[in-house]
Design a protein around this ligand. Structure first.
Ligand code: OGA
Ligand code: NI
Length: 347
């Protein structure tokens, strides 16, 4: 594993050099810049918004979910059953860690930057190529499920309710993720527990991302284009836009919707649905005026689990079976490289 760049936090660059120019390793090649005209930033008025509330007819709900999953691989959910207080609390404790904690304190929680997806406070993605462009983002990654991986003593001790809020949020996101995977299974005519059973024990990570305001947002990306590797990601953002989803060769900005949760299908869902449903390619752009916070909760299988297309779903199978750990490994070795990693599995 080759590590690119010194373990510098973006926030310290942004604060020190209040100004003018970003360091060269953060400058994207012209074709990846958000300002590229053909990447026209449409608003998200077409991104589906799905109401999970109350006594909705399940057939109708599954139909809506099915078209959102096949057309976008991403959608907002409202009336999702998670308390709005909890959504506000996690954004608040997340911002407080990044904004109220001195850097020396934050660095006590630094993750091991030589090991992929290690828990703690970190920056940038690890990729093998030397010419990697860095992301304008710092983050804190929390390991939350299975419970044997959950060690709150490794999470910030400030603000005082930080650890408790992460724990409660984690529990709520797991329930919602499984409910959505049930609806997704049903919408394909599979038994409602099909994806959950194929996934096995749920591995959940919560990543709080902090994108400092950037002096040259037109040249940088907060997070480079990628699709998530696991089954399903649930994301909330603060009221500053920045997340974009790829659609028809353009980028659509996902405007924050108060108290909605944004659902992103990962590559394993694309594989298990034999490509009937797509994982969403997405990225984050930076903002010249304001810092932005997001909380992404990932739901993955164990590294030893094999994932393959569900038998009988629009045969023949379009993807090779893959051991999840091998998939993750190849991602960290090759990096996103402008190409969907999942395409390597196409038959
Ligand atoms: C991610 C991700 C987007 C965002 O962490 O995988 O896509 O808006 N985050 O922070
Ligand atoms: Ni993502």
């Amino acid at each position: 594993m080759e590590v690119v760049g010194a373990p510098i936090r973006v926030q310290s660059i942004a604060e020190k050099d209040l100004k003018l120019e970003v360091p060269p390793q953060y400058i994207q090649p012209p074709e990846n810049r958000p300002s590229k005209p053909s990447n026209g930033n449409a608003t998200d008025h077409k991104i589906p918004m799905i109401n999970l509330g109350g006594d909705r007819d399940v057939n109708l709900l599954c139909k809506e979910i099915g078209s959102a999953c096949s057309e976008w691989g991403a959608f907002h959910v409202i009336n999702h059953g998670v308390s709005t207080t909890l959504l506000d609390q996690i954004r608040k404790v997340g911002s407080s860690f990044f904004e109220d904690f001195p850097m020396t304190e934050k660095l006590r929680y630094a993750c091991d930057s030589t090991s992929p997806a290690s828990e703690g406070y970190g920056s940038r993605m690890l990729v093998a190529s030397d010419d990697a462009v860095l992301d304008w983002r710092d983050y804190f990654d929390h390991h939350t499920f299975p419970l044997s991986r959950r060690h709150p003593s490794r999470w910030p001790h400030f603000p005082p309710n930080y650890r408790e809020v992460i724990g409660e949020y984690s529990d709520n996101m797991k329930v919602l993720a499984l409910k959505l995977l049930g609806l997704i299974s049903t919408s394909l005519g599979l038994s409602s527990s099909f994806i959950e059973e194929s996934m096995g024990e749920v591995y959940q990570n919560i990543t709080v991302s902090y994108y400092p305001s950037c002096p040259q947002p037109e040249l940088t990306l907060g997070l480079q284009s990628h699709s998530d590797m696991g089954f399903i990601t649930l994301l909330i953002q603060e009221n500053v836009a920045g997340l974009q989803v790829s659609k028809n060769d353009g980028w659509v900005t996902v405007n924050p919707v108060s108290h909605a949760i944004f659902v992103i299908l990962g590559d394993q869902t694309e594989i298990i649905t034999n490509g009937v449903y797509k994982s969403a390619v997405h990225r984050a752009i930076t903002n010249g005026e304001k810092a932005r916070l997001s909380v992404a909760t990932f739901h993955d299988p164990a590294k030893t689990v094999s994932v393959s297309p569900a038998p009988g779903l629009q045969p023949p199978p379009k993807y090779h079976e893959v051991v999840y750990g091998d998939y993750v490994q190849s991602w960290y070795t090759k990096g996103p490289n402008g190409k969907r990693n999942i395409d390597a599995l196409l038959i």
